[in-house]
Design a protein around this ligand. Sequence first.
Ligand SMILES: *Cc1c(COP(=O)(O)O)cnc(C)c1O
Length: 365
Amino acid sequence: MAEQSLSVFKTTSYQEKPNDHELSFGRTFTDHMFLMDYSEESGWHDARITPYQPLQVDPAAMVFHYGQSVFEGLKAYLSPEGEPLLFRPQKNLQRLNQSNERLCIPQIDEDFLLYALKQLIQIEKDWIPTSEGMSLYIRPTVISTQPFLGVAPSTNYTLMIILSPVGAYYKEGINPVKIAVENDYVRAVRGGTGEAKTGGNYAASLKAQEVAAQDGYAQVLWLDGVEKRYIEEVGSMNVFFKIGDEVVTPQLNGSILNGITRDSAMALLRHWGYHVTERVITIDELYTEYEKGNVLEAFGTGTAAAISPIGQLDWGHKEMVFNNGETGHLAKNLYDTLMGIQYGKIDDPFDWVINVNTAVSTKVS
Ligand SMILES: *Cc1c(COP(=O)(O)O)cnc(C)c1O
C-alpha cells in the first residue's frame, strides 16, 4: 500500500458546544471529520481531516441501490486527568477490515487509520463531554460511490469518520430491560452478513424491533435464521447467561457479530475465575434451566451501553424473570469494571486503553 499522508483543513466557523445534559445519542456532530477515498488507480488516497459537511454523492452511487457499506462504533473517553482515551481501537479497525472483506470492499491500512483517528480525536478533544458516563462516539463508515446500476462490487469508495458527543446511556443508573424472544423475523443467517457490521443487518432488524416496541419491549432476542432455536443476540448486542456456575454466550457461527465488549467481558470474567463457555444454546435449554431455577442472570454487551441487564425475557406466553428483575452481580461488576477501565480510573490489566495524547506523536507505519 502506498505511503499515506494526512492533510488537515480546519474549520473557520466553530460551533457552540451543547451542554452535557442536553446530549442524547447520535444527534450532535463535531466540527471536523475524516475522509479518505478509494479508486482502482490510486487505492486508498487523499486522507484528510476537513470541516464537518455534507458529502456530494452521485444519486447513482451503488451504496444507495445495493447497500454495499460497512461501519464501526467505538468511543473516546476522558480520563480524570483530562486525557482522551480509546478502548481497544485496533479491534474495531480489524473488524472493519473483516466486514470489508465480506462486502467486497478493499482492505484499509489499519495502522494508518488508527493514526488518522488519533489525529482527529486530538483536534476534537474539547468535544469529549466531561460529565460522568459521557463520551465521544466514533462512527467510521465506508460507502460504495461508483455511479453504476449494475450489480457488482463498486470500483470507488469513501471512508468517513464522524464524531458525536453522547450522554450517559443510563441516566438513572444501570437498569434491566424487558425483552421478547423473536419467533417470526430473523436478523441474519449463517453464510449471510450477520458477522459483518453492515447497514443491511440493521435494516433487516427494524420490523421486529417496531413490533416488539408496540408490545412494550425494549428489544428482541434473536434466534438463528434456520431452525429458530439457537440463541444468537439481543437487539444489537451480544448476550450472556449465568446458568448455575457457568457463564454462557453463544459461540460465533458466522451470523453472530463478534463484539469487542463480548470479548472484553469474557476476558474479565475468566480473569475473575468464572467458568465461561462459548457454545450453542437453544431457547428450549434456557427455558428448561430457568424452570429448574438455574438461570441466575442475563445481560447484553455492546459499546453503546457496555452492559445491559435483562430483567425479563418473554418467549410467547412463557415468562422468564432473572434475578427478580434487578441488575445482577455479574452485570454490575462488569459494568463498573469496564467503565472504570475505559475512563482510566482503575487498573487496566489487559492494556486495553490507549492514551491519545501520548500515542499521537508517533506515526505508525
Ligand atoms: C456492534 C454490534 C454488537 C456489539 O459489538 P461491540 O464491539 O461490543 O460494540 C453486537 N451485535 C451487533 C449486531 C452489532 O452490530
